[in-house]
Design a protein around this ligand. Structure first.
Ligand code: DC
Length: 225
């Protein structure tokens, strides 16, 4: 398994992983890979195809028959997520997908397929990959591992602001409940649960801006490269 220069960023929902990971990738000119988006893409397709989320066989077949890709949006710095060629970047952030995704992500056959794809994407080296099990399972040899945390209240507040700005109706209380449920499901599943790798650097992002967290990570990496 190749992990040349790769950076693993793990942590629970709303800890700021993706915002920070994008900033780190930009700063170091690395490729950003959002593994949560891969589980979300499959979940989006499962909902579209009306697949029962407890039908592990059907989810396994779906994972085998689905092509998930990341591309740069022409003329911008933004990355888009493609599912079988369709741009689903916005659709996978819907509350419906957010609520269902942990059920899909706990299916061992689905994880096996997506983890294989994630390892292949990292073979080039110089990627920043964020998720739940990157440092502990996907890229255990990655030279740089970070585990981002924040209190449930902070994480729910961040998600609330994000969803309201995108025009979704929700309440802070409901979001807190949903995030706590998702944390529990992600941490307690049998296969590759959300866990801090023993050699990961833990950062509580509660009192830092995303840019400050990215600066801490970039400085740590540069000092050791
Ligand atoms: O980071 P996110 O909220 O977009 O992740 C969506 C879901 O996918 C989340 O419930 C946990 C799961 N996930 C996972 O199990 N393993 C990963 N490497 C990334 C995400």
């Amino acid at each position: 398994m190749q992990s040349k220069g790769n950076i693993a960023i793990d942590g629970p929902a709303g800890a700021g992983k993706s915002t920070v990971a994008k900033l780190v990738a930009q700063e170091l000119n690395y490729v950003y890979i959002d593994t949560g988006a891969m589980y979300r893409a499959l979940t989006w397709k499962a909902i579209k195809e009306k697949i029962a989320l407890d039908d592990e066989e059907a989810l396994n077949r779906l994972a085998q028959d689905t092509e998930i890709a990341f591309e740069k949006k022409p003329g911008t710095k933004n990355q888009i997520v493609l599912c079988d060629g369709e741009d689903i970047t916005l659709a996978i952030r819907s509350p419906e997908v957010s609520q269902a995704v942990s059920q899909v992500a706990r299916v061992p056959a689905v994880r096996e397929i997506l983890v294989g794809q994630q390892r292949r994407l990292a073979e080039t080296g110089n990627v920043v990959m964020d998720g739940r099990d990157i440092g502990s399972n996907v890229l255990p040899d990655a030279p740089f591992k970070f585990f981002l945390t924040a209190s449930l209240e902070t994480r729910a507040r961040r998600r609330y602001k994000e969803l309201i700005s995108k025009g979704y109706q929700t309440s802070l209380k409901q979001l807190q409940r949903e995030i706590a449920e998702r944390d529990a499901m992600d941490s307690q599943r049998e296969m590759a649960p959300l866990i801090k790798a023993h050699d990961a650097v833990q950062i509580d992002t509660g009192c830092f801006s995303p840019q400050q967290v990215a600066d801490i990570i970039v400085q740590h990496v540069r000092e050791r490269l």
